[in-house]
Ligand binder design. Structure first.
Ligand code: SF4
Ligand code: SF4
Length: 220
């Protein structure tokens, strides 16, 4: 897995960087921007969290109900998510946690609404208990993924996905700003760290030795 995925990615990235440095017209400032601009969707770093807590147009999920990939425990109608919208949006809850993230307050604080029906079903009485459950899920990296996201991280309704999904992370509007984007430097650092991780090294050597050994056996 490591020889197949990590090494080729690392090589491609280093090739791009080298090409950039050797370009006669490039200055250090341009190189710095090239390396540090956070404009890449690098899935190993972000785990595609744009598909979590997604505000979908209110008639979207009912229309494609048969394509849903995960159970829905509740939903919150948040009204117009974008000032340009002429429809309301709904955030679905796909985790058995009676809290739904509906926005952000000042200083990056999260705003949740409590799903009273689900809280009652789960026997959760206080907000503290609900938050504890939420933290447990987050520690296990279980996010409130969109009902249409498959286990493999693919959008089951990709061709029909709503405007928010098409624009998020790729438009200059603050509402579509993605805080999970990576820079080229982040990507290089990611692979560099991987290359010196003891566990990864073990699998890398094991893969190399096994493939060499199996080649000898086939030739012999
Ligand atoms: S838009 Fe953001 S969250 Fe979505 S894939 Fe790109 S980096 Fe990840
Ligand atoms: S509809 Fe598709 S692209 Fe949009 S949030 Fe859901 S899974 Fe992601």
């Amino acid at each position: 897995m490591i020889t197949k995925n990590i090494l080729p990615c690392f090589k491609t990235n280093m090739k791009k960087v080298t090409k950039y440095i050797l370009h006669p017209q490039r200055s250090y400032r341009e190189f710095k921007t090239f390396m540090t601009a956070k404009d890449k969707c690098f899935i190993p770093n972000c785990k595609a969290r744009c598909c979590a807590d997604a505000p979908l147009p209110e008639d979207f999920a009912p229309q494609y109900k048969q394509m849903q990939q995960r159970p829905v425990y509740g939903a919150a109608n948040i009204g117009h998510n974008d000032p340009r919208d002429n429809y309301n949006s709904v955030i679905y809850n796909t985790r058995p946690v009676p809290l739904i993230l509906v926005g952000h307050a000042g200083r990056g604080e999260h705003v949740y609404i409590k799903d009273k029906k689900l809280a009652k079903e789960l026997g959760i009485k206080t907000m503290e208990e609900a938050k504890e459950l939420l933290l447990e899920m987050q520690a296990k990296e279980i996010y409130n993924y969109c009902p249409f996201l498959t286990e493999q991280g693919r959008c089951r309704v990709y061709g029909m996905r709503p405007p928010i999904c098409r624009e998020f992370g790729s438009s200059p509007l603050p509402i579509n700003y993605c805080p999970h984007k990576s820079s080229n430097l982040d990507i290089v650092k990611f692979y560099f760290k991987k290359a010196f991780n003891l566990k990864d090294m073990y699998y890398l050597y094991r893969d190399l030795i096994t493939s060499k050994f199996s080649k000898q056996v086939t030739q012999g």
